[in-house]
Design a binder for this molecule. Structure first.
Ligand code: NI
Length: 184
């Protein structure tokens, strides 16, 4: 396995609409997925899409750490997962603001409106179908990663640029406001 180089905002690979994976079980795809999981853990991050490692294909890896999951039935911790050739369905009209960062935009985060519930489908490396209805942080991560496959970065979805900034500054400001409630 290997730690892969992550493309940063400004690199054209992040703006491409990615191509479907023709053979999800191919050895090079399995290797890519294993390397992406290792890269995500090393960063560390909670999601990584193939174009972020300079491969413009429709797949991403993600995880839902215990401290991020709300603990509700559709938002429980999930270990390293892969989704290949995904489709995404936003359920309902409700949009909720939540903080997002991106390994391609280091040091920054912004509050982004996302659907609170989604259904997604895809396959894993064995060609097994994956279908899930999820909410909360799980739904947010999948929407963020799915956007990468269409060349969309979270910065393109910012609705309030007052809620966009450097992690260090935002953390300092949050601590000054409410020491016990500082965001992670
Ligand atoms: Ni990202």
């Amino acid at each position: 396995m290997a730690i892969l180089k992550i493309a940063r905002m400004g690199h054209p690979v992040l703006l491409q609409c990615c191509a479907p994976v023709e053979d999800p079980g191919a050895p090079e795809i399995r290797r890519l997925v294993a390397d992406m999981m290792e890269t995500m853990e090393d960063a560390p991050g909670v999601g990584l899409a193939a174009p972020q490692v300079h491969v413009p294909l429709r797949l991403f890896v993600f995880r839902v750490p215990g401290e991020r999951a709300a603990g509700e039935p559709d938002d429980v911790p999930v270990g390293n997962s892969v989704l290949i050739n995904p489709t995404l369905e936003l359920l309902g009209d409700e949009r909720v603001l939540g903080w997002e960062g991106c390994l391609s935009i280091p040091g920054l985060r912004a509050a982004i409106p996302r659907a609170s519930r989604i259904r997604y489908r895809g396959v894993d490396c064995d060609g097994n179908p994956v279908e899930r209805e999820v909410a909360g942080f799980h739904a947010r991560v999948v929407q963020h990663e799915y956007d990468h496959l269409d060349g969309i970065l979270y910065t393109m979805r910012v609705t309030d640029f007052g809620l966009f900034g450097f992690n260090e500054e935002l953390n300092r400001a949050a601590e000054a406001r409410a020491p016990a409630e500082a965001p992670r």
